[in-house]
Design a protein around this ligand. Structure first.
Ligand code: CUA
Length: 322
């Protein structure tokens, strides 16, 4: 029975059907899950067992063609089988509602990270303005996530933290958690949001004490530490360009970047333009201004999301893709 129970309540290392617990709230969520599961299993077995027993015991057989006379009511029995399930259901509601409120009420001193869902990438913005493709957090620190979407509904999901919330364009939703041990945990998107939905992955990286501050310092200064083309390659990978634009000539939602810079680009409507610095800058800030022939006008604007220095770095990177 101990083994069976551990399936539903689960140690921190994960178990038969739940991933490992990476946050303080995870254990509580699992306890409710275990309780609901075992209550359901108990009544399922009880009802099926009684049903089978009665079917066999009161079956029709020679000499017992008619139903036996039986009482029409048994008030104490009826009150019992009504009251017990009501009490259990009320307990599940109160317990579940309490945990729901806990998950949705961040402590006042929580460290805030902005989460943006876009086709097809999660972006995490830190208080100093650094934007990253992964969620980095310090261990044992309450983290508040303020989340929104740039385009369609995405579903933010970290199974190890038992956190899941839809992000909707035009509004902000909040979640919070406190990671219990350093490590890397998978983040998924759980709303079907288009072609790249199943690639909309990110990592939650929980740092040792002190490690988060070092990482943030290091990550924020990459523009100063790298050449513009190197920084541009990094931005290409981390800001959502790579989801739609290949660099090796492969097709995608958007045109490939391979050998694009300096060449003629055929545009929707029959015209053409040369892919120079100004064209690339315009396509990043006003993607609908010039649509490449054969592609849909689906790219979101990066106005306000990429600094001038970053746009320049991306342009320098595109120049290297011969
Ligand atoms: Cu975003 Cu699915």
């Amino acid at each position: 029975m101990g083994r069976l129970l551990s399936w539903a309540t689960i140690g921190t290392e994960g178990g038969f059907w739940l991933p490992s617990q990476g946050s303080e709230g995870a254990a509580e969520v699992d306890r409710i899950f275990g309780f609901v599961f075992w209550v359901s299993a108990f009544f399922f077995l009880l009802i099926v067992a009684l049903m089978v027993l009665f079917v066999i015991r009161y079956r029709r057989r020679p000499g017992r063609e008619d139903a036996e006379p039986s009482p029409r009511h048994n008030t104490p029995l009826e009150i019992t089988w009504t009251t017990i399930p009501i009490l259990i259901v009320i307990a599940i509601f109160i317990w579940g509602f309490k945990v729901y409120l806990d998950i949705n009420t961040p402590p006042a001193n929580a460290y805030e990270v902005l989460v943006t869902g876009q086709k097809w990438k999660w972006l995490f913005t830190y208080p100093n303005g650094h934007v990253d493709e992964n969620l980095h957090v310090p261990v044992a620190t309450p983290i508040r996530l303020v989340m929104t979407s740039e385009d369609v509904i995405h579903g933010f999901y970290i199974p190890a933290f038992r956190l899941k919330r839809d992000v909707v364009p035009g509004r902000y939703v909040k979640l919070w958690f406190q990671a219990t041990k350093p490590g890397e945990y998978q983040i998924y998107c759980t709303q079907y949001c288009g072609t790249g939905h199943s690639d909309m992955w990110a990592k939650a990286v929980v740092h040792e004490p002190g490690g988060f501050e070092r990482w943030l310092e290091d990550a924020s200064n990459f523009l100063a530490k790298m050449s513009p083309a190197e920084a541009g390659e990094r931005l290409y990978g981390t800001r959502g360009c790579a989801q739609c634009h290949s660099v090796d000539g492969k097709g995608g939602t958007g045109p490939t970047f391979k050998a694009m810079f300096g060449h003629q680009v055929p545009l929707d409507g029959g015209k053409a333009t040369v892919a120079d610095e100004n064209y690339i800058r315009e396509s990043i800030l006003e993607p609908q201004a010039k649509i490449v022939a054969g592609f849909q006008p689906v790219m979101p604007t990066f106005q306000g999301r990429l600094k001038d220095q970053e746009i320049t770095a991306i342009i320098e990177y595109l120049k290297t893709l011969k």
